[in-house]
Design a protein. Structure first.
Length: 635
């Protein structure tokens, strides 16, 4: 397979121990009351003997029962002196008692009351036989314990979410206020985005001295939206603003507004803006704005009440700003295409700052920032390294420096040399070396596959230059052919794209030429080639049969079902024509690739033998092998 050209808050500290929550103390108090009631109930009751119901009636008939207490089917009572002596005989002394207990059968016994009255037995009927205050405590205590448990768990959950807040702080904002004296990031440490830094510096100057701008009739924008791919420095730029601005800076992730209860997010938004208004001029930074700012009612999923209420509250708060409040909302997102249109209109986010992937000079500047604390060897050339990292974001470059330092430490070096950066770059782009063990036949097939890519990349005039070939498995790939563009590309010609597709098809074509059949190793190559040719024909008009039509073929919609609501741009006949043209061009490019490799079969086999011997070849070694084979062929 061919290698791709591009690879990828402060928390409070301290040793204070958290205070024991009031709910926890209340829980222990309730448990103590419960145990006390049980003790009182147990200590206040006399020891009772268990009697069978027939024995009880016999005792009543023999005038041995003095008093009974009726409670549903339970009957407690007291013996007369003769009854106590009669029923205590033959029992241990500690089990003898003047009281007894029996259970009435479930069927009615209408003769029981008459029997008790005939033998002049005192009859009592109470719910439990306990004093009223014990009865009240026993009735309410389970509910008190349940409420205590609910409050304790609720309070514990909220303390974890709000870092110390109680259950009544559920709707409070969780925005973190950054202090300039504790911030370690400044604009000097942000490199490669000079235009964005100029925009931000102007905003900071407006917050520091608004009179200078108001004298000329200028009004500070209410919102600034930072847009760019992941890793381009949006959050880093916000941290630098916190370190530079002499005004209160509140930062929060948009996902922290959302909770399971509808209305909590809107409440937190209100609280955050109220806090910022009290300390104006101030800056509010909302990271990952798309978490709450997505288009309302898009796709099959419909709306989301909590997110939409939070978004509506943000819109209303930004509309409510007065000019003299001097509050600026700074937000970051890498998905501006999913944001609601109401967020992007003037008066909300008036200014949009785009942070693209850094170019060569910007990458060089970013590398210089990240290697400040890294001891570099004399053979490290940052400018050359910046040229070899096309497509890397600022975060990727930081990771590259860190991986190189880790490699140097792993090899017990005192300095980070160029070899460490090469290893780190291979790890990021190609992945870690795999432990897969290939059979000799598979190893040979991989070698011819990668050499097919390499031959096409070496000879085609528009193809990106070769960097290396390896048949050492990396990640999911059994082998890799790496190309590095000479310069950053922002516009692609049809000839460049077709040569790129030929390079992708080179591996499969080499297998077909050498073995007469193909393998599954070209799966990713075919997928990339088909996607590219589909865009060339459907979006970029690079087909004589289809013509200059710009259709939404190959575009991906982020919302499920959104394309179902869009009008159809082409007919079924046009769809068939496009499919036929895609197939036709791919077959033609494959035939051209196979014919080209047939003409250079000697170079293909010579390069495959060299790769099988050394496993990895650099661009210089590849060129030497091919030059020798050409010279031998001419001779």
């Amino acid at each position: 397979m061919t290698a791709p050209n591009n690879p990828q808050d402060q928390k409070p500290t301290g040793n204070q121990q958290p205070a024991i929550p009031n709910q926890f103390s209340f829980l222990w108090l309730s448990a103590a009351i419960f145990l006390m009631v049980l003790w009182l109930q147990d200590s206040g009751q006399p020891r009772l003997q268990e009697l069978a119901y027939s024995e009880f009636k016999t005792a009543v008939t023999n005038d041995q029962v003095k008093e009974v207490t009726l409670k549903e089917e339970a009957i407690n009572g007291l013996f007369t002196d003769s009854g106590a002596a009669s029923f205590s005989s033959g029992r241990p002394a500690e089990s003898s008692s003047t009281g007894f207990h029996t259970i009435r059968p479930p069927m009615e016994d209408p003769a029981l009351l008459g029997l008790l009255e005939d033998h002049q037995v005192t009859i009592k009927a109470t719910p439990s036989g306990l004093p009223w205050w014990q009865e009240m405590i026993r009735g309410f205590l389970p509910w008190i314990l349940l409420l205590a448990l609910m409050f304790w768990f609720w309070g514990a959950a909220q303390r974890r979410m709000t870092q110390g807040g109680g259950p009544f702080d559920f709707g409070k904002s969780k925005a973190h206020r950054a202090r300039r004296e504790t911030s370690t990031t400044t604009l000097d440490e942000v490199a490669g985005i000079e235009s964005a830094k100029r925009e931000i510096t102007e905003i900071i100057d407006f917050l520091k001295a608004p009179e200078k701008f108001r004298a000329l009739g200028a009004v500070m924008p209410k919102g600034v939206l930072l847009v760019g791919p992941p890793g381009t420095g949006k959050t880093l730029l916000a941290r630098a603003i916190a370190g530079e601005a002499e005004v209160p800076f509140f930062s929060i992730s948009a996902s922290e507004f959302i909770e399971m209860f509808v209305g909590v997010g809107a409440s937190r938004v209100r609280d955050m803006f109220q806090t910022a208004r009290k300390e104006a001029p101030a800056l509010i930074f909302i990271d990952e704005l798309d978490a709450v700012g997505r288009s309302r009612g898009a796709g099959l999923g419909g709306g989301h009440d909590e997110r939409e209420q939070t978004l509506n509250q943000i819109l209303s708060e930004m509309d409510g700003f007065e000019e003299h409040e001097n509050i600026l909302v700074l937000a970051a997102t890498n998905r501006p295409d999913v944001l609601d249109a109401a967020l992007l209109r003037p008066g909300r986010f008036d200014r949009k700052i785009t942070l693209a992937l850094p170019h060569k000079e910007a990458r060089n500047a970013i590398l210089k920032v990240h290697v400040r604390k890294v001891p570099l060897a004399a053979d490290v050339d940052l400018e050359h390294l910046a040229a070899r990292t096309i497509g890397f974001s600022g975060a990727d470059l930081k990771n590259l420096v860190n991986e190189a330092a880790l490699t140097a430490a792993r090899e017990s070096l005192d300095e980070v040399n160029a070899h460490c950066f090469d290893v780190a770059r291979d790890r990021i782009i190609l992945g870690e070396e795999s432990d897969a063990h290939l059979t000799p036949e598979e190893r040979e097939a991989v070698a011819y596959h990668e050499c097919g890519h390499a031959i096409m990349a070496y000879y085609l005039p528009k193809a990106d230059p070769l960097t290396k070939i390896t048949i050492i498995p990396h990640g999911m790939a059994m082998g890799v052919t790496e190309q590095t563009p000479k310069d950053d590309h922002y516009n692609y010609t049809e000839s460049y794209l077709k040569d790129r597709i030929k390079v992708m098809l080179g591996g499969r074509s080499a297998e077909k030429l050498i073995y007469g059949e193909v393998s599954t190793g070209a799966q990713n190559d075919l997928k990339e080639a088909t996607t590219l040719i589909r865009r060339m024909i459907g979006q970029w008009g690079m087909s004589e049969k289809i013509g200059p039509l710009g259709l939404s073929i190959g575009e991906e919609h982020v919302f499920l079902g959104r394309e179902m609501g869009l009008p159809r741009e082409f007919s079924e006949k046009m769809a068939e024509l496009i499919d036929a043209e895609i197939q036709s061009q791919l077959l033609a490019l494959e035939k051209t690739t196979i014919d080209f490799l047939s003409e250079h079969r000697n170079q293909l086999e010579a390069l495959a033998k060299a790769v099988l011997k050394d496993e990895t070849l650099s661009s210089e070694e590849i060129e030497e092998v091919l030059r020798k084979e050409e010279a031998r062929k001419i001779a």
